[in-house]
Design a protein around this ligand. Sequence first.
Ligand SMILES: Cc1ncc(COP(=O)(O)O)c(C=O)c1O
Length: 455
Amino acid sequence: MTSEMWNRRSFLQLCGALGAGAFTAFKAEALERVQAASQSVADRSPEEVAKDEFFWREIQFAFKLDRTLINLNNGFTCPTPKVALEAEFRYMEMINMLPVHYQGMVARNCETLRPRMAAEFGCDPEEFAFTRGASEALQIAQNGIDLKPGDEVVTTDQDYPRMLTTWDQRMRREGIKVTRFQFPVPTTQDDLYQRFEKAITPKTKVFHFTHITNLTAQLFPVQRISRLARSKGIVTIVDGAHALGHFPFKLRDLECDAYGVSLHKWLLAPLGNGCLYVRREMIPKFWPLQAAPEQQDDNIRKFEAIGTHPWAIRAALGEALAFHQAIGAERKAARLRYLTHRWANALKVHPRVKVLTDLSDPPQSWGVAAVYIEGIDVRALARFLMNNYRIVVVPLVGGVPPNSVFDYQALRVSPNVYTTLDEIDTFVKGMEDAIKNGVPEDPSPLPETISEAMV
Ligand SMILES: Cc1ncc(COP(=O)(O)O)c(C=O)c1O
């Protein structure tokens, strides 16, 4: 089937020519329709498909959203598609019927997800552990590595606050030393590499950094820094909360020792899914957060023994993965980049607008970018966009340790695969309104939806 044929057929169906019965079937077949849409554009490049609104309409219909609001804060956690949400409810109901019977069964069946996830994201299944989010994954690695008083961890001022707090607690509790460095945004891969290289002392034992930051989405050269670390006997713990499922890469190619992910972000898995990758040889070097028997020392499953927990959430990950694969990782990344470029290119012609994310080629950014308007307070701007355009964006404002520290203020803008061009253009319109007419000052606290805590 050619893409024109697809477009014509999907157009007729979307016009409602088939009536309400067909609409119900349409919902049930959402995954198949996404797969069919992908198949129909298989002969076109991801960049071409990124601009095909007929293709993306299929994706938009795969979610139940509140379209009275424009969600440009997908860096927080993302809505999961209907197929995954419905699967979660189904598994929940099933387990609830007779937990002692069904819970164990679902738990055993979830083992099939390990090789599927490992194959998609490029690692050995025995290097892949399921967690409830990136915080848990990273804290397993951070708290699980043996360090003596005086041993040094090198990290950055723009790492995620909870992860910085974890190192700070080890500093207070065990007397390790934590060195943070600052960096400008955007900056180059060479610059970041050199900053790590310069920070090394004879006491350095761990490098901890993000693959992309949750702030401006600054990309780090993970493989180069990991090679440098390995050559000096330094362990690398990488925060991939925002990277996996967002843009394509293979975990093994990063060459880091441990890598933690929020699967409820860009993989669009139901809330409460994450994963931890640990390089095979390094598994025995990390203690699990919750104790495991000695026989499991070199078994990746030792990181997963957390007692009774809602297996339905993990089981539904299978549908989120299928949805991701049905779109295709390359097409998804190209679309996210297309949406980001659409607003950024429209806004950067205004002399007061500054984009703090590198939008150049080869790609270093996809669905997350940061922007500010000179002379306009970023909190007031977020409030203005919400009050006048119902747009949800998050203002970035630097804090003091143990939080992230940075000297810029910006809006983080993060659309998603379901975002329409109209929503992007409304954001541009709102920003242009702010540039032209200014925004009112309002010292009262921001509503929670758009507060800077929501990063
Ligand atoms: C960079 C980064 N690391 C870690 C986390 C924590 O992830 P989770 O909420 O899945 O525990 C986040 C969440 O926003 C993040 O942005």
